[in-house]
Structure formats: structure tokens, C-alpha cells
Ligand binder design. Structure first.
Ligand SMILES: [Zn+2]
Length: 442
């Protein structure tokens, strides 16, 4: 096989692997796929059982196309084997554990060997480089440090790249703004909802982000819209990039935008992407939207084959003008998990966000409240209005409310009750925003 040196001090620039010729990349992928499938078969009972049931053995993987014969892995499999049932390394080789927040029931636990941590650091260094950071940048890392993979993922990746990292973590918003200004911060990473909160608080404190040295924002861990990107870029005077990842696969660093901001390059030498029909599991051709599925090609402690992400996207056909040979996925505007079914109609919170960012006089702070009256679903959208709008006449507020209700009905195809609320009354998030309150079960 082709020997690819690990990213390290002797390997510059970090993003060189992003430009590998496709035949070489595919050869590397196949070699890694064969190795990882054998590891799963030999070490993880769940995979050996499922492969035996399908009559498939590791030696049956002769080409990358053979991947479709392998069984899927679901989030349920991770819960059912809680906490360590899918580990492929003995505990003495595991040097780190992370876990999902686990809002309902037990969390999902993920593990890393030292080699896995080195891989994670190198893919994050490449991802951060793709957003235009380099040695000399000062990164304010406002992702949470802890069991969540965001904080430490960015931390080691940015350090490897040579940037200065400020491990401020989430929360303490006023102090974040002070640090951003006083330390000459040039880049920030956090959830998009938290950056929205920072911008808002900055405005209240009279700090104009456009006057600061801040030039790059890297956002992830929750879906956000192109309209929100425009808002960030204009209000903060930055370039705003989307980074995609999930803890089951490694954490942040699975796919990332480049300067073209037209889709996210998948770090394909470590994570093999497929798009499948979410209902049938059948593979879909490039360009068609479906569910994103990943196979980890190099993980040691917890490799996963064909993990179903529930994220809806498509593989973009054709090369990217930036020259990277890694294939791209479309920005993930919605997760199938986030989809609300209201009176039989599919609604995504991101559609509401896009409407709000389009209409003058409102802020993209909103909450969706679902109730059931006489067996019928009701959807209320509570929206903050700008201070100027709020001090305006009652007639102007009524007109705005009518306009919003009209646009939402047109976009969402259902009747929506819009309630305008005073500025800064909807609870702010320091991590992932809670956009939906579903009271239909009550
Ligand atoms: Zn590109």
C-alpha cells in the first residue's frame, strides 16, 4: 500500500492529504476498509454475528463497491451495547472516553486509542486549515470541554496547526467578549446558536465585532442555514465556515467547507461516505438526497461499519474549484431526527429560521411550541422582534405578525400561529439550542 505519513511537524502543509490523486486515495481506502472490517469481525461479536447472518466474511470485501453488502450500524446498536460492547480494543489500550449528552436515557460512549487521538488531531488540523486558519491565528474555542467531543477536538487540531488556542469553553458570555477584544482573537469556534447569542450580547455591550480582529468563524454541532451564514458574515465581518462531525465517527473533523463554501469535503481517507434511501437503505447515486452513512476506515478502539447518521444530504458530483480531491457533501440543513410531523406535514426548524432571517424586523431567536387541541396539532412560533420594531406602533407589529404568518404558511404548507415577543426574552443557549417544545404528548 501507499505509505502516508501521519500529519506532524515534518509534514507540511496539514492539508496536503486533501489533494491526493483519486486512484491513490481509493487504493488507500480499500486497504483500510479491508483491515477495519477484519478487525470488527475478529473483535466485535455484534459484527461477526451480523456478517455471518448475511453470509459475508472479511475476505469478501474485494473492492470498495462491496461495502454495500455489509450490515448497517444504528444508534440503537450503540445504546443496546452500552457502555463498552462495541469496543474493538482492550480497555488498557483505550486512553480516552467521550460520551453523548444523552438527553433521554443512557448516553452513547465512544473510545479512542492513542493512535485514534493522533488521527483525530490530524483530521481536525486539516479541517481547520481548510477554513483558512494558520500559525499566528488566535482561536477562541467556545465549544464545551468535557464529555462532548467539540472542545477537545478543536483544541488539539488547532494546536497542531500552530494556532494559539484559548480554551475558554462555553458560557460566561461577557467574559468571552472581553477576551475576544483584549486578546486580539482572530478566529472563533462554537455552535451557531451560541455565536448568535454572542453577537446579540456584543450589541448590548456596545462591542461591534466588525471593529475587532476577528476574521474567521467555525461553526458546527447543530444544523444552520445559509441565511444564518450571511447574517454572521455581515454582522461580525467574518468568513463563517461549516464543520461537520459526530462523536460516533470521531467527533468534529469528519467533513469541512473550503474557501469556496460550496459543500463540505469529507475527509475520505479516514471516513467513507455513502448516501442511502432512508426508508429502504438502498444506495443512491451522487447528487440525490438521502441519509448519510459513514464507515470509519482507520479507527482502532471503536470502528463502525455503515453507521446511519440520520443526516440528510447528497454527494456533490464533480470536482471543487479549490483543487481538493476529496468528495463533497451538501451542507446539512436538516437531520431526519429534527423533522417534525405536524398534521401529517413534514416541517424542519431550519425552514422557520430561514423565513425569519428573510423578514425585516425580526431576530433569528425563536422557539417552536407544539400542542394538540381537540386531536389536532397546533404550531406556534414565538419570535423576538428588534428593539426598534418593538418601540414602533402597534399597527406595525400587527402588520409584521401577519406578514410572518403568511410567509410561514406558504413555506411550511401549514397554518402557523406567530407570536411576537420582546427582544431578549427567549432563553439563550450556551451549547445546542432548544428550538422545539413539544407538548403534544402531555
Ligand atoms: Zn473545495
Amino acid at each position: 500500500m501507499t505509505m502516508i505519513p501521519a500529519a506532524g511537524p515534518n509534514f507540511q502543509p496539514a492539508s496536503a492529504l486533501d489533494y491526493m490523486p483519486r486512484p491513490e486515495l481509493q487504493q488507500l481506502q480499500l486497504h483500510r476498509l479491508q483491515t477495519v472490517i477484519r478487525r470488527l469481525w475478529e473483535r466485535v461479536p455484534l459484527y461477526r454475528t451480523r456478517m455471518n447472518e448475511r453470509g459475508i466474511a472479511p475476505e469478501d470485501i474485494r473492492s470498495l463497491a462491496d461495502i454495500v453488502n455489509l450490515p448497517f450500524t444504528s444508534k440503537t446498536d450503540l445504546r443496546d451495547t452500552y457502555p463498552f460492547g462495541l469496543f474493538a480494543s482492550p480497555m488498557e489500550d483505550v486512553v480516552r472516553l467521550h460520551a453523548s449528552s444523552g438527553t433521554t436515557g443512557k448516553p452513547i460512549v465512544v473510545s479512542y486509542t492513542q493512535e485514534d487521538l493522533d488521527t483525530w488531531t490530524s483530521v481536525m488540523a486539516r479541517a481547520i486549515a481548510s477554513c483558512g486558519l494558520h500559525k499566528g491565528d488566535i482561536l477562541q474555542n467556545a465549544f464545551g470541554y468535557g464529555l462532548f467531543t467539540g472542545g477537545l477536538g478543536y483544541h488539539y487540531g488547532a494546536e497542531q496547526l500552530g494556532s494559539t488556542v484559548i480554551p475558554v469553553s462555553g458560557g460566561s458570555t461577557d467574559r468571552q467578549i472581553m477576551i475576544m477584544r483584549d486578546f486580539g482573537v482572530t478566529a472563533i469556534c462554537c455552535t451557531p446558536s451560541y455565536f448568535l447569542h454572542l453577537l446579540d450580547r456584543g450589541e448590548a455591550l456596545g462591542v461591534d465585532f466588525r471593529q475587532l480582529r476577528l476574521r474567521i468563524g467555525m461553526f458546527g454541532a447543530e444544523p444552520w442555514t445559509v441565511a444564518m451564514r450571511r447574517h454572521f458574515e455581515e454582522a461580525a465581518g467574518i468568513k463563517a465556515y461549516d464543520l461537520y462531525g459526530l462523536s460516533e465517527i470521531i467527533g468534529p473533523g469528519v467533513a469541512v467547507e473550503c474557501r469556496c463554501q460550496d459543500g463540505l469535503h469529507v475527509i475520505e481517507d479516514h471516513f467513507y461516505p455513502e448516501i442511502v434511501d432512508p426508508d429502504t437503505g438502498e444506495p443512491l447515486p451522487d447528487g440525490e438526497e438521502g441519509e448519510l452513512v459513514f464507515t470509519t476506515l482507520s479507527k482502532q478502539a471503536m470502528p463502525l461499519a455503515r453507521f446511519r447518521t440520520h443526516d440528510l444530504t447528497a454527494l456533490i458530483p464533480g470536482p471543487c474549484p479549490c483543487g481538493r480531491t476529496l468528495r463533497r457533501i451538501r451542507r446539512i440543513g436538516q437531520r431526519s431526527d429534527d423533522m417534525l410531523i405536524i398534521r401529517g406535514v413534514n416541517v424542519f426548524p431550519s425552514q422557520v429560521e430561514a423565513v425569519l432571517l428573510d423578514v425585516e424586523g425580526t431576530l433569528p431567536h425563536y422557539q417552536i411550541v407544539l400542542t394538540r387541541e381537540h386531536g389536532l396539532d397546533q404550531m406556534e412560533v414565538q419570535v423576538e422582534v428588534t428593539s426598534r420594531m418593538f418601540s414602533d406602533s402597534l399597527g406595525a407589529l400587527e402588520a409584521l405578525q401577519k406578514k410572518l404568518a403568511g410567509v410561514m404558511e406558504r413555506v411550511l404548507q401549514i397554518r402557523v400561529q406567530v407570536t411576537l415577543v420582546e427582544p431578549r426574552t427567549i432563553q439563550r443557549s450556551e451549547g445546542k439550542a432548544r428550538r422545539v417544545i413539544d407538548r403534544r404528548q402531555a
